[in-house]
Design a protein around this ligand. Structure first.
Ligand code: SAM
Length: 219
């Protein structure tokens, strides 16, 4: 069993469960713009849409926009009266995302804030924002800081999801010198000992290889 089969099964499920030309166009636009293909997979994007719906989330924070693929998935989940605030450090990525968000018809629901997330997050706190759902998917070395900010910007019942926590199994390598792995391991240490959250982790395989998510609920 290997990545070829995971990919085939991913495609099978996508054919059965996803019929979203709009989101296909976003991936096409991202490819044309030369963005790295590090967005969530279509099935994972649908998971984010359903997660927002299951939670009844109306205020969503995303850290790491890229071309706005996952942003649009989240916007689909919050509905017309919901809002998604997404943070992106790279101006060029943010511009591509804004174009995709406009073409997909979610300009009213989505705000793209350009700048380093660690600079933007305190401003959101100062402005009194509280989020129902936080999706962490930016520079993994800062994941422990993002978890602290997510906790500062949420309330009891809010959900925090962090992407790419398995990294082909590297997460179990305590000797890793990869800053991203170290960031994820520190995130896991926080999840283990922080009494404010209750968490689980899900390993995933598919078109994006072997990876996974940590999902936490704020107590
Ligand atoms: N969530 C996107 C999706 O699934 O469509 C993918 C996000 S991609 C994995 C990570 C993004 O985070 C990149 O666009 C990168 O420029 C951005 N990023 C990296 N460091 C950042 C930082 N310090 N603050 C904000 N964004 C950052």
């Amino acid at each position: 069993m290997g990545s070829e089969l995971w990919n085939e099964v991913d495609q099978y499920f996508a054919r059965k469960l996803l019929m979203d030309d709009e989101l296909e166009r976003v991936l096409g636009a991202n490819r044309e713009a030369g963005l790295p293909e590090i967005d969530v997979s279509p099935l994972q994007g649908k998971f984010l849409t359903l997660m927002a719906q299951m939670k009844g989330a109306k205020r969503v924070l995303e850290i790491g926009t890229l071309g706005g693929y996952s942003t649009i998935c989240l916007a689909k989940g919050v509905g017309v009266d919901g809002r998604v605030t997404t943070l992106e450090v790279d101006q060029a990525h943010a511009l591509i995302a804004e174009g995709n968000i406009r073409r997909a018809g979610f300009l009213e629901q989505v705000e793209v804030l350009v700048g380093s997330a660690l600079d933007t997050l305190p401003k959101l706190k100062e402005a009194g924002h509280v989020f129902d759902l936080v999706f962490i998917d930016a520079d993994k070395e800062n994941n422990p800081r993002y978890l602290e900010w997510a906790l500062a910007l949420t309330t009891s019942g809010s959900v925090i999801v962090a992407d790419n926590v398995v990294r082909n199994g590297e997460v179990v390598d305590a000797a890793s010198t990869d800053e991203r792995v170290i960031g994820i391991r520190e995130y896991m240490d926080l999840a283990q000992r922080d009494p404010r959250i209750d968490s689980t982790a899900i390993q995933t395989v598919g078109s994006k290889g072997y990876d996974g998510l940590v999902i936490s609920v704020v107590k």
